[in-house]
Write a protein that binds this ligand. Structure first.
Ligand code: GAR
Length: 199
């Protein structure tokens, strides 16, 4: 995929934890003209919020009621002219009305090779502990479009890493995070380039 033309794209990154992937995306896109990132979170104390504010990135925090029972979040994103959304460490199921508001424009990062080790309750270290418990020989990451079900949307990219016998859930997490940081920013950049051309 080429990314030679980028025009006034605004991207929302949903992150509710440390936000290392959100920061990698922001840094990777910073060199592009007319691409702006915002951070949204459902956790007012998520470390990513302070980090984003430090580097001048606008943030928006919302509640479960605002996300599931009101149009607050979609209204905010539309008012901000957001065209592309990345879930990077965001754990809530996205409601159908939200998906319909941003067709083929929401992607999710998952820390395993879907369809294995996905679904409700499979996130963060829980995934790596399950991978270790299953004596898997490899793991990796999946970047996929978001649909109405947890971790079931169309896969965009998977990347793999081997698991050694001596690996622990923590060392597996480190390997997976390295893959995430390597691939997610470039995938976002390429998809944003396509979206900016209306493709
Ligand atoms: C990432 O490992 C991502 O794959 C995972 O949360 C982490 C966020 O890390 N997402 C899920 O588990 C979703 N099911 P970060 O806050 O350092 O970017």
């Amino acid at each position: 995929m080429s990314c030679s033309v980028l025009l006034r794209m605004k991207i929302a990154i949903f992150a509710s934890g440390t936000g290392s992937n959100a920061l990698k995306i922001i840094a990777h896109l910073a060199t592009l003209p007319d691409v702006q990132c915002l951070i949204l979170s459902n956790k007012a104390n998520a470390p990513i919020l302070a980090k984003a504010q430090t580097i001048g990135i606008e943030t928006f925090v919302f509640t479960k009621t605002e996300f599931y029972e009101q149009t607050t979040v979609v209204d905010f994103l539309k008012a901000q002219s957001i065209q592309f959304i990345v879930l990077a460490g965001f754990l809530w199921l996205v409601p159908p009305s939200f998906i319909a508001a941003f067709p083929k424009a929401i992607i999710n990062l998952h820390p395993a090779l879907l369809p294995k080790f996905g679904g409700k309750g499979m996130y963060g270290m829980r995934v790596h502990e399950a991978v270790k418990a299953a004596n898997e020989m490899e793991t990796g990451i999946t970047i996929h479009y978001v649909n109405e079900k947890y971790d079931e949307g169309e896969i965009i990219l998977q990347a793999r890493c081997p698991i050694a016998t001596m690996d622990t859930p923590e060392s597996i997490a480190q390997k997976v995070q390295a893959l995430e940081h390597l691939h997610l920013p470039e995938v976002v950049k390429n998809l944003v380039a396509l979206a900016s051309k209306g493709l």
